[in-house]
Write a protein that binds this ligand. Sequence first.
Ligand code: 5GP
Ligand code: MN
Length: 317
Amino acid sequence: MSTFNEIRTLIEMSDVIAISGHTSPDGDAIGSCCALAMALKELGKETAVIIDEFPDVFHIIPTGGLLYHSLPEGFAPDLYIALDCGDIERLGKNKELFSQVPNTINIDHHRSNTEFGKLNYVDEDASSTSEIVFKLLYGYAPFNNDIASALYTGIIYDTGGFRHSSTTPATMAIAAELMEYDFNFSDIYNKVFFTRKIGEAKALGLAMERLETCLNGKGVYTYITLEDMKRLGVGSDDLHEITGFIKGIEGCEVSAFVYEKTPDAFKVSMRSDESFDVCKICGAFGGGGHIRAAGCTVEGNPMDIVEKVFKEAEKQL
Ligand code: 5GP
Ligand code: MN
């Protein structure tokens, strides 16, 4: 693994820096990318974050005007920094650009990370990529309110509001340091965790109606199809709450929320506690993530997919 100093040296040697996170970006991917881009701009670099469209809620994250959904015209990076991406495929449509840029850095906290960069910094004990970016920037680049707000959003998103076991004293110390800056942390927390559209609430209701258990109650699952989404007027971005909600069912040790991404291809979003390694389960289907939160994409119908996934889970009993 590379050191922060090696990464800083490569940044110093570069002038035009592209930054992106994983496809279907979440709070940590967007927060870490925007914070790093704003900080590197302060260091005199030309930077752009190139990231897919994302859920409205994350528009609370400051971008410094550096966020693009495709490569800005005339922007020719000599360094590409991938954040929060476990493997090169997770870069989605940015994969090609990543392969063409002379220097690349991969900074991440996914246990399944394939070290696909020229320099790689992967800390699977970090709560979030935003936490790692804080450490990279600390004492190296200037912080400001916007950078602090972006990193704080990333950290609270990936820790579930300091709830997940990935939260450490270091995470809290970093959050405390960030709170010294002037941004509305209470508003961010409420928007990220407690604000939902009507359609989102209805999708949650439908998913709960379909809730099933298996493995003697240790397994809990539900699903949503494209047809459901059409009927409720929601997109897959409006389903995130379902994943965490079903893991909260009493007695649940491993959960799977299955939703249709494209006709007959379903995303499986898994959560677990100490008894199951969902990174391993999803790995069996070409996906990955963390021990307690992982995902994969499987073709077929939801019931067959659930059966396959829990067969894999059963091996860990
Ligand atoms: P979620 O269930 O919230 O979509 O994802 C949980 C975790 O697993 C996230 O850290 C996410 O980056 C990772 N993840 C989700 N889907 C995939 C996938 O298809 N492949 C890999 N490698 N990681 C995934
Ligand atoms: Mn993350």
